[in-house]
Each structure stands twice: as structure tokens, then as C-alpha cells.
Ligand binder design. Structure first.
Ligand code: SAM
Length: 263
């Protein structure tokens, strides 16, 4: 194989730990009749394992130089399609239609600089993946899987659509070049639009308003950004059993939904 020159700007930290690759495949629980979308196949180490499951693999890589190597590596694997594109610019609904995909999983070692946009991109699709098994920075994994008390916009925006679970930590030394921080594999399952009657744009406007100043009380944040009277907000909070001193990080997704309904 040709020597790869890593592009830091594209988050190119390549996994070389065979055990981690196998664990990722195990937790992804893939059967032959499934479709898997991989983002950022890089040198193809994870792609190779995915291809071996017999599932249909669609791997999307931005770096043209890597794509050449990937096309060569998987030339004789009929179940593998390599697409040279930026995941942020590709028309995913069109891609799903083109390959007649109505059910799929996302399995990937994500480029960390765009982790949250990639998660949002897939979670907000009309045809959402059934599960996402992704490697992200450890600290981001912990934030995504946070519970009430430690919630953030990121946690709400993932937990609104699915159930994230922290599976295992991956040491920084498992990658080449070695990144500054450890990583972790998470699984987001039960992905659906849980609250069909919620206008997602308005819902997340309220969530963002609630988190606008980190340590401030929810009532102050909502009143400042939504230009609403503090007393009115306090009354509304009380009507859904929330104290006037509550902070945004203490609300579960269900509570945000209750708040959305009354605001
Ligand atoms: N899957 C490989 C592995 O596990 O060793 C590489 C993972 S590396 C963390 C992330 C990969 O995502 C790189 O190959 C990088 O070129 C690719 N990438 C970065 N930005 C991308 C984008 N916007 N769209 C598609 N691929 C991207």
C-alpha cells in the first residue's frame, strides 16, 4: 500500500488497533442484508472489516488521494461503493434514493472537526439511520451521553432523536498520527422522531435560548433571548414543576418538550 500523508485539517488520524476495529464490528451487529454508510474511510481499515460482513457498504471520503487507494483496494468487492465527496455537501436524500436505501446504519470513525454536524445531518434526515455506531473524541462522547444535571445543547440534540450509549474508550495511541486526546465509541440507537408534533426548528430555538449563558438560570436566559417577561416564564416553569432557580443543564429532553409546548 502507498504511504499515506496525513492531512490534519481533515481530521486524518488513522486507526491501527486490530482489537478496536473488531470491537467496533462486534458492537455494530451487522448482517449480510444490511446497508452501512461509512463516513471517512481513510486508508480503508474499518471499510475492510465492514466489507467482510457481507453487508452493502457505501463509504464517503472527501480526500481524492485516499479515494484512489480505496478504489484500488476494494476493486473486486461488489458490495463496496466508494464515493468521493464532502459529507456536508452531498445530497443524502438523493443518495439514499439512488441506491434504493430505506434502512441503514452509520458506522464510522468520524473526522472530529465536524462530529456534531455529521450527527445532526443524519439524525435530522427524513430517512434516518436505524443506528449510528461512531468513534468520537472521548469528551464529546461523554457530553453526548450526559444525563440530567450535565445536559448541553449537544446532548439534547442527540437525545431528542435517539438513545446514545457510551460503549468503550479508545486510547490515543491506537491512531497514527497520535491525537492529543483519547476517543470513544458510542452507539445511538432507537433513532426516530420521538415527538412528531414538535416543530424541530422552534424546539431547538428554545433549547439554544435556554443554554445561551452557561451559568445563568433558565428563566433569565429565556427571558433575555426570547424577549419574554421573567414573571410569565417563572409561572410557566412552575406549571410544569420546574423551580424558578432551575438551569438548562438540569432539563431532560421530555422536560424541554413540555416547556416547548407551553411557551
Ligand atoms: N476510517 C479511517 C480509520 O478509521 O482509520 C479514517 C478515519 S479519520 C478519523 C477521518 C476520515 O474522514 C479521514 O479519512 C478524512 O479524510 C475523512 N473526512 C474528513 N472530512 C470529511 C468530510 N467532510 N467528508 C467526508 N470525509 C471526510
Amino acid at each position: 500500500m502507498k504511504k499515506i500523508k496525513h492531512k490534519k485539517s481533515l481530521g486524518q488520524h488513522f486507526l491501527h488497533d486490530e482489537g478496536v476495529l473488531e470491537d467496533m464490528i462486534d458492537v455494530s451487529d451487522i448482517s449480510e442484508d444490511e446497508v452501512i454508510i461509512e463516513i471517512g474511510p481513510g486508508g480503508g481499515v474499518l471499510t475492510e472489516k465492514l466489507v467482510q460482513t457481507g453487508a452493502r457498504i457505501i463509504a464517503i471520503e472527501i480526500d481524492e488521494l485516499l479515494v484512489d487507494g480505496l478504489e484500488e483496494r476494494f476493486e473486486y468487492n461488489d458490495n463496496c461503493t466508494i464515493i468521493n465527496a464532502d459529507i456536508r455537501r452531498i445530497n443524502l436524500p438523493e443518495l439514499l434514493e439512488k441506491y434504493a436505501i430505506d434502512k441503514y446504519k452509520v458506522v464510522a470513525n468520524l473526522p472530529y472537526y465536524i462530529t456534531s454536524s455529521i450527527l445532526r445531518l443524519f439524525l435530522e434526515l427524513i430517512t434516518q439511520p436505524t443506528d449510528m455506531i461512531v468513534m468520537v473524541q472521548k469528551e464529546v462522547a461523554e457530553r453526548i451521553c450526559a444525563r440530567v444535571g450535565d445536559m448541553s445543547i449537544l446532548a439534547v440534540s442527540v437525545q431528542f432523536y435517539g438513545l446514545p450509549e457510551y460503549l468503550f474508550t479508545v486510547k490515543a495511541e491506537s491512531f497514527e498520527p497520535i491525537p492529543k486526546v483519547d476517543s470513544a465509541v458510542i452507539k445511538i440507537s432507537t433513532i426516530i422522531r420521538k415527538f412528531e408534533k414538535v416543530d424541530e426548528k422552534k424546539f431547538f430555538k428554545i433549547v439554544k435560548s435556554g443554554f445561551c449563558a452557561k451559568r445563568k438560570k433558565l428563566v433569565n436566559n429565556l427571558s433575555n433571548s426570547l424577549k419574554l417577561d421573567k414573571l410569565i416564564i417563572e409561572k410557566k416553569l412552575a406549571s410544569i414543576n420546574l423551580k424558578s432557580t432551575v438551569r438548562a443543564q438540569e432539563l431532560s429532553v421530555n422536560k424541554w418538550k413540555e416547556l416547548y409546548k407551553i411557551l
